[in-house]
Design a protein around this ligand. Structure first.
Ligand code: PMV
Length: 314
């Protein structure tokens, strides 16, 4: 049997903007997807045992199937002659916005490679997971699969001309607590990414300055993280959320959870990932603040994850 894992992630700064070449900052979290693959059965079967948002698995089933077909094609494995039984699990729930799809793609790629005795480098795993990610995100930036494959805290800039992306590992003094709040709304990243591209094309007067602003935020946030100035990181996350509202990827549930986190003294809060539902994150250094913010959300009936960013090795 082949086994593999992939990291869940949160985007600290720059989702959506990153698709268009603006730098972004992503952190793996201490939750992972896990895959087991056996060379038996008929065709390709997937048993998805991840804890998930209601409806996520059903809604994403077609995209999941396409992602595995893309993965096999990229690995040079002929689909019609392949019998694989895939089981997906791990402690990363399949919520929208925390890289559940990319984490599962990295995990499955690793497990297939192990089962079929292919010796693949992390770089190759990342390339394959990127191809798989296209099924979920349409034109992904590559930030999700990069975090899912390598883990850690990463500065990412997509190369828009097809060359290698910039992937730099950042380090911070120590890991920092965050709260991930799930709206419970299953979002379609592919649609969200396409809708931003459309509006950006139609309205450059509005969108160009917002993209410039997103770039400034990314550089400032990198410095603030490296200086371990968490108050500043929080303020920049808030500013990033304002931009995400402007490009119309937030929704009332996300804004509600963000306001709730800030009312309970989170250092900063924003949506994370594709938006339109899915998850938000709040920066809540130290266990006590994390607990206060998490409990406030749970009291309102939302599902919450307590996690950490900036962990180098999990
Ligand atoms: O919703 P998620 O977790 O798949 O995150 C998507 C992040 C985007 O920036 C919206 C798309 C991308 O590929 O970068």
């Amino acid at each position: 049997m082949g086994r593999g894992t992939g990291f869940g992630k949160v985007i600290l700064i720059g989702e959506h903007f990153v698709v268009h070449g603006v730098p972004g900052i992503v952190s793996a979290i201490d939750l992972t997807a896990y895959a087991e693959v056996k060379k038996i059965g008929e065709g390709i079967t997937i048993k998805d045992e991840r804890k998930g948002a209601k409806g996520y698995t059903e809604k994403k089933r077609t995209q999941q199937k396409e992602s595995i077909e893309r993965m096999l094609k990229t690995m040079g494995i002929p689909l019609e002659k392949t019998f694989l039984q895939i089981r997906l699990g791990g402690d990363l729930p399949s919520f929208s916005g925390i890289g559940a799809s990319a984490a599962s793609s990295a995990a499955i790629t690793r497990a297939i490679a192990q089962e079929l005795e292919m010796n693949l480098s992390d770089q190759r795993i990342n390339e394959i997971a990127y191809e798989a990610e296209k099924a979920y995100a349409g034109t992904p930036s590559g930030i999700d699969n990069t975090a899912a494959t390598y883990g850690g805290l990463i500065w990412f800039k997509k190369n828009l001309t097809g060359g290698p992306n910039i992937i730099e590992r950042l380090s911070i003094r120590k890991p920092v607590e965050i709260v991930i709040g799930n709206t419970g709304v299953v979002a379609d990243t592919k649609k969200m990414v396409a809708s931003v591209a459309k509006r950006k094309n139609q309205n450059p007067e509005k969108y160009d300055p917002l993209f410039k602003e997103a770039e400034r935020l990314a550089y400032e946030a990198r410095k603030a993280l490296e200086d371990f100035d968490l108050r500043k990181v929080g303020r920049l996350m808030n500013e990033n959320h304002d931009l995400l509202q402007e490009i119309e990827v937030s929704c009332k549930e996300l804004d509600y959870l963000i306001d709730l986190a800030l009312e309970h003294d989170a250092f900063g809060a924003k949506l994370t990932g594709g938006g339109g539902g899915g998850c938000m994150i709040a920066l809540t250094p130290k266990k006590e603040l994390q607990e206060t913010v998490a409990t406030a959300m749970e009291k309102q009936g939302f599902k919450v994850l307590r996690a950490k960013i900036g962990i180098q090795k999990i």
